[in-house]
Design a protein around this ligand. Structure first.
Ligand code: ADP
Length: 215
């Protein structure tokens, strides 16, 4: 999912190549191969990995040189490139006049922990979490007669993010606000918002794991 630099574990030969380039760069692939008593063709996959991972840079007709980036720097470069657009899930919404009962059913059926609440025009009006529904359930109200809007958190006190924001920004918001989910919204000229996606602790964890699995 996330292309670009990666923090990877280098094998022994790749470590040797990095050391050679560090001390002798810029150096051609041919010359690196000579020093290791290998053919250029044997070395090609290692050079490709080291360049893709950001350890080395290649300039045509000049050769390879060392970028000077540590694996921690490369990993943090990768994390800073992750955007909300690449990681968000489909939003699960409910209309504000739906009953608490219907909201509970939707939460089970769609297997989510947070519902985004919209009005008839489709604009975001609130967020309804598991605990909001539990509160309604122990409140003694009739679940089928109480609208979900009675128990939700409502605009303008909703924390949102945009598709173009960085994923790390969304992660910080979840921690700072002590919430599980953020609606990804498009802000319209009339100050209203349409819901485009969903960022949750799960989507962030999945994106984090994909950093390693995509190596
Ligand atoms: P739960 O209550 O199920 O543990 P949360 O921690 O996400 O889930 O929710 C805690 C409270 O914060 C709830 O009252 C919920 O309505 C509210 N909340 C959740 N997400 C948001 C958000 N993005 N913006 C504002 N309030 C939110």
């Amino acid at each position: 999912m996330y292309k670009g630099v990666r923090a990877i574990e280098l094998n022994q030969r790749q470590e040797q190549i990095v050391q050679i380039v560090k001390s002798n760069g810029p150096i051609t692939g041919e010359k690196i191969a000579d020093r290791l008593n290998l053919t250029r063709a044997t070395l090609r996959p290692d050079l490709a990995i080291l360049t893709m991972a950001g350890y080395l840079d290649a300039r045509p007709r000049v050769g390879y040189f060392y970028t000077g980036k540590s694996s921690t720097q490369l990993l943090s470069d990768s994390i800073k490139k992750m955007t909300i657009k690449e990681s968000m899930a489909i939003p699960v919404v409910v209309e504000e006049d739906a009953s608490v009962y219907e909201a509970i059913c939707k939460m089970f059926l769609e297997d989510v922990g947070t519902l985004f609440v919209i009005n008839k025009e489709g604009y975001l009006t609130g967020v309804c979490s598991r605990k909001d529904l539990l509160r309604a359930a122990i409140g003694g109200q009739s679940l089928k007669d109480t609208p979900v809007s009675i128990n939700m958190s409502r605009m303008p006190n909703i924390t949102v993010c945009l598709e173009e924001d960085l994923l790390i920004y969304a992660a910080k918001l979840l921690i700072d606000k002590q919430i599980d989910a953020l609606p990804v919204v498009k802000k319209l000229k009339n100050n209203k918002m349409k819901v485009k996606g969903r960022i949750t602790k799960t989507t962030i964890t999945r994106a984090f794991v994909s950093l390693i699995e995509d190596e």
